[in-house]
Design a protein around this ligand. Structure first.
Ligand code: ADE
Ligand code: ZN
Ligand code: ZN
Length: 257
């Protein structure tokens, strides 16, 4: 009995910390679900084969799932990029450890290469689904000095949190919808609106997240206790980011397959 209790406490603590710094599973799955619905027939078939029938929502959390495995440590810097708010990504020397842009480009290159092994294609496809989600969490295009908002301490309904976590998970979790509910309740867009969102390059999308991150940084003061009002102001942006991530992921996949 006692050992069960010790285990439970340990497990809960582990879970609490494991939740740190990741665009919530619900967020990633929503983006996967949106992308799945916008795949071409060809891409859908090729992806179905590579993923043995799993859909994009299912594999969207893979990038975070492997974080606990030391063998995959070198991929940790792929989840984000930090650079000064008055510079563009292309104006700053890239990190030698890689970043989210380098990561996405590598995934695309492996998937396009006819010589890639099936095993590599599966790995980089799952990672790509994940990284396109992360790219649309604005604070994954953040500032190095505060680790993308992780060092900006705040309260969420009187409980300790930080700005990064508010955007990764607090707002999404508090909204209380499953990923399928969220995906199907996103604004209905027409063909033109979708094409507009899908236009542009990876660098344009990075810049867009950076612009948004600058607004997000300006939306709080250290120690603020955020609650309903913050979600009221920003929820539409969260939804829009989840939707953009999905539409752009579909565009990238349709052009690969
Ligand atoms: N660690 C350091 N910077 C980060 C960022 N922008 N996003 C997530 N994790 C980080
Ligand atoms: Zn995060
Ligand atoms: Zn991630």
């Amino acid at each position: 009995m006692k050992s069960t209790l010790v285990f439970l406490v340990f497990f809960t603590v582990q879970l609490t910390f494991a939740n740190d710094m990741v665009w919530s599973k619900t967020g990633h799955r929503t983006t996967g679900e949106v992308a799945q619905a916008h795949l071409s027939r060809r891409a859908k078939r090729a992806i179905f084969k590579l993923l043995d029938g799993q859909d994009l929502a299912k594999v969207s959390t893979f990038g975070d799932d492997i974080k606990s495995d030391k063998n995959f440590k070198k991929y940790s810097p792929w989840h984000y990029v930090n650079f000064p708010s008055d510079k563009k990504y292309t104006e700053v020397a890239p990190s030698e450890h890689g970043d989210i842009v380098v990561g996405i480009q590598k995934c695309i290159a492996v998937l396009k290469d006819k010589k890639s092994s099936r095993e590599d294609k599966v790995f980089y496809l799952k990672f790509l689904v994940h990284l396109m989600g992360d790219l649309h969490q604005p604070l994954h295009v953040g500032h190095a000095e505060d680790k993308g908002g992780n060092d900006i301490q705040l309260q969420w309904f009187k409980k300790g949190t930080n700005l990064h976590r508010v955007w990764d998970s607090n707002m999404i979790d508090q909204y209380g919808m499953s990923y399928t509910e969220l995906a199907s309740s996103l604004p209905k867009l027409n063909k033109k609106q979708k094409e507009y969102i899908q236009s542009g390059s990876l660098y344009d999308w990075v810049e867009e997240s950076q612009d948004l991150a600058n607004k997000v940084y300006a939306s709080v003061k250290i120690g603020d206790n955020l609650s309903y009002r913050y979600s009221y102001v920003w929820w539409g942006t969260v939804e829009s980011q989840l939707q953009k991530g999905g539409l752009r992921l579909a565009k990238v996949l349709n052009s690969i397959f």
